[in-house]
Structures are given as C-alpha cells and as structure tokens.
Design a protein around this ligand. Sequence first.
Ligand SMILES: Nc1ncnc2c1ncn2[C@@H]1O[C@H](COP(=O)(O)OP(=O)(O)OP(=O)(O)O)[C@@H](O)[C@H]1O
Length: 599
Amino acid sequence: MTRSASRAGVAALALPFRSAPVSATIALALTVFAGAAPATGAWLTMLLVNELTSGAPSTGRAVFLAIASAVAGGLAIALLYLAGYLGEVVQQRVTLTVESRLFQRVAALPGLRHIEDPAFHDRLRLAEQAAQEAPGTVSQFAQELVRSVVLLTSFAGALLVVWPPMSLLLLASVLTAVLARLATARREAATEEAWVATDRRRLFYRALLTDVRAAKEIRLFGLGTLLHTRMIDSLATVSHARLSVARRGALVQSGLALLGAAVTGVGTVVVATNVVTGGSSVGDLVLFLGAVGGVQNGLTAVVLQLGEASRAVRLFGHYLDVLDTGDDLPPGTGTPAPSAAIELRDVWFRYGEDGPWVLQGVNLTIPAGAAVGLVGVNGAGKSTLVKLLCRFYDPQRGTITWGGVDLRELDLAALRARIGVVFQEFMTYDLTAAENIGIGQVQQLDDRSRIVAAARAARADDTVAALPNGYDTVLSRTHTDDGERAGVTLSGGQWQRVALARCLMRTDAELMVLDEPTSGLDAEGEHRVHSTLLRHAQGRTRLLISHRMSALRGADLIVTLVDGRIAEQGSHDELMDAGGEYARLFRLQAGGYQDARVR
Ligand SMILES: Nc1ncnc2c1ncn2[C@@H]1O[C@H](COP(=O)(O)OP(=O)(O)OP(=O)(O)O)[C@@H](O)[C@H]1O
C-alpha cells in the first residue's frame, strides 16, 4: 500500500470514531461478540451430537446443550441487528461531518480559479461520493475483519484437531481470492475516475431538464429529446464501463468459489473416510463441516468487504485532496486606507496560462469619490477589470493598489467589505424578497428597516410591498415558503432593482460598481436609477459600465477599453471632441434615436 493510500485508509477508518465515538466503539464491540457466537454454537452442537451418540446419553445434558446452542444462535443474530442500527447512527453522523468539511472548504476558497476548473469539479464529485461511502465501507471491513479473526481463531483449533492440512488449503484459496479482489477493486476505482467527467455531464443534462430558467428555451427550440438522449447516453456509457469491470470481477470470483468448493470436498472426503475407519467421531465430522462452512463464509465476506474498502480508500484520497486544496489566492493582512484612489499600473491578465491576454498593460487611476464610466465593445475586458478590483484573481503582471497598497497585501474580507457590486450576471436567489436584498450585508439580514431603506433607494420597494406576502414572499417558481405558500417570480427589470437594492445594503462601501445595471430597466427606470445613484452614492467612488452611452454621459471620467487596452479617457466633451472610439460609439447610438418627428 502506498503512503497516500495508507493515509487515506487510516483517515477513512478514523472518521466514524471522530464523528460518533461512542456509537462506533459499541458497534465494534458488539461485532466482536457476534463474531464469537457462531463458533460457540458449533462447539455446543458438536457436544450435543457426541452426547446423543455416546451410547448412554443424559437427557438433562442434552436439553441443556440444545437450549444453549439455540441461545447462542439467537444472541448472534440479535447482536448483529443492534450493531447494524448503531452502524446506521455512525453513518448519518459521518455524512454530516463529511458534507460539512467538504463544503466548508469549497465555501472558503477565496478566488475563482478552483471553482472555474473542471478538474476541481471532477475531484469534488468523486470526493463527495467517496466520502459518503468510504468510512462506512472501511469500518464495515474493519468490523468484518475483527469478526473473522475471532471466528477463524475459534474455528482454527477445530480444524487443526480434526484435519490439520485443511487450514493450509483454506489459507491458500483465501489468499488467491484476496489478490483477485484487490485487482478488481483497483479497476473499479480507475473506472470511476476515468468516467467522472461523463457522469457530471449526465447530471448537467438532468439539471437542465428540470431548470426553470432553461425551460422556455428547451421548449421553444425543442431541446427536450436532445438533452434527454445526451443524458441517457452519458449514463449508458458509464454503466457500460462499470458493468464490464463487474463482469470480469464476477468471473474471477466464481472461479475462485469453485476452487473453494473443491477444497471443501477434499477435506470432507478425508474426514468422512476417517469416521468410517473409526479415526474420527461423527461429532468430529459435524464440527469439521461447521468449521469449514463458518470459515469460508466469514472469509468470503471479508474478501468482498476488502474489495469494497480498497476501492473506497482509493477514491477517499480525492476527499482528502479537496480538504487539502490550497487557497487560489495568497492571503493579505493589511487594512485598506479610507477614501483613497485606486490605481492600475501596467496590469496584464489572462484567464488561462495558454489563453489570450484579456487585459494588456492597463494604466488607470480611479480617483476617490469620482464617478468613472467604462465603455467598450463586447469582450473588451470591462467585467474582467471589475473582477480584478474585487480580487477574484490576481493579475499576472502589474499592480492594482488602493490608497497606495497592493490589493494582494490587503485582508481579502476587509477589501471586499468596501465594495458593492451589481454584477452583469447577478444572482436571483430562491429566497424571500427580504433575504434577496438583505444578503448584500449579511450581518444585517434581519434588519428589516435597513432592507426596506435599500429597496426604496433602488426603487424596488413598491414592487416588493405589492407581493402576496410582502418582503416575506419567496421569489421562486420551484420552492414554497415555510407555510407552503407558492413563491412568485419577478420580471427581469424588477429583479435588477432587487439586485441594486442588495448592493445598496452596503451603505459603507467606498466603491460601488454597476456592471450593466440598467440594461433590463425601462427608460424611466434607468433615469431613476441614475438619479438614485447620484444621491445615494455621493462621495463614494463609482465605476459604471454600460452599453447605453447616455447613461455614462455625466460621469467625471469616461474610459474606453479596446481589446484590453485603455484607448482613451476624459470627460464626455473631451472624448467627443477627440473623435475617437467613444465618439464613434456615441454617434452610432445617438443615430439610432434620430427621427425627424423627435425634437
Ligand atoms: N471566467 C472566464 N474564463 C475564461 N475566459 C473568460 C472568462 N470570463 C471572460 N472571459 C473572456 O475574457 C474576455 C473579456 O470578457 P469580459 O467579460 O471582461 O468582457 P466585457 O468587456 O465585460 O464584455 P461584455 O460587454 O460583453 O460584457 C472575453 O473574451 C471572454 O471570453
């Protein structure tokens, strides 16, 4: 076993004892008792048979032995059931621990690198599966092993007394079975690893088929059959791979079972012949058959569990890997200075090591308290720049400073607490309206007056107040609230106002970023948002991204981004006079509104 496999094995084995120490220990003790019970029963049966065939049997002894043998059998079964229940208790506690630790790690990842990495998602899926299974499987194996060791020790004496070579024959057949099962387990684990991406695709198609947001397109474009076919094809591919490994394993195991039966046959013939020649008693034959049956059943169970455990241990390594995943951004500890300018100096950024540069040597000063408009065609790099300001990634070259301090040196939570953003792809949460707004400042989630104030500032108050249950209405088509009342959903523009209200919950934020904040709003709504922002964000630094050029006209500074480079910057008038990219885009849009009847 490699070092990492033994580490995974020990960790998986320790998990039940860490999660539920008392239940796990009692379950183990009960299993040990249950392991000794069949051998005790077999000894008692042998004594009973010998008593009955002794020539002068005693009724009292025979009755005692019969009752004792029945009690031993009953006790063995009762103990197993009890151990089974405790095993379930342990399993539930392990599930809690595993889910909690796994998703605590995911939730604490500071940047977006891991969460955007398909390999990380593959590992996470394997980790979740394995961490659910492995502790139960490994501890079952450990219990089975303990039970079998007790059982084997108690039967070994019997086999050695009746026909010693039988022990060696059984040992040889068991070793072969163990090796074969381990090889199958390795193949099973490798198959899961090889096909996890396909399995995730299946889950993706399945989720799409039930996704309310995708439902309209799926129906209009008639995508149901396509998605269903792809989902089933993925499932069939994975099933086929699993079955082929299982088939090979079953063939090998049946061959080995036949070998075991042949060994038993040889032993039985030898002992039966001894009984005929008077070398052994009938009781000896009964004991021998009980011992061989007991040993073979016990060992078969152990070998099967061993296979499960070794497969689970290998996959459990992925769980440990996820827990060990390093932060995708090095931590900083500095405190941001209040009311300071943000400076980008020769910032170069690309998403992947081989990918194209998205930002190419950006130099920009965002003065404290200014309203800065960012303009550029699709894909120019505007949203990427916002993500760097929130430090979701670090630039490959150059620096971004706030108050003269590199963002990398600032405490990440403190940095992000200073920023309020309405992202271009903002979230619509299946939560209540109040929660949808309140999570903008999660410490104030229960502060209804603050939530209402934010909604008013974003002009979302009337809409929310008119909902069937006001601020407590669940904004969802697929979830009900605690009182089983169906949720409702908002229009695109109404959602946008709720997202804006969420951002405005951050009354202390020094930087407000609005990435396309008004694209879903009607003309009147857009005008209101801008006047709201002027009022509520006065004195704060504002970065506004919009394709509606008129929305940025009043900004203190307008910056044009072309292919990840700053092409020009200045006020609206300066840029119009310069006649560059900004003036071109502005005229293009303004031209669309010219109509002889409009003055
Ligand atoms: N997470 C990502 N991983 C890889 N590439 C990305 C990612 N996000 C954006 N890109 C790429 O970076 C480039 C710039 O995208 P960005 O979203 O910054 O543009 P934008 O100026 O905001 O465009 P738009 O006006 O369409 O919103 C695009 O080519 C895009 O494909």
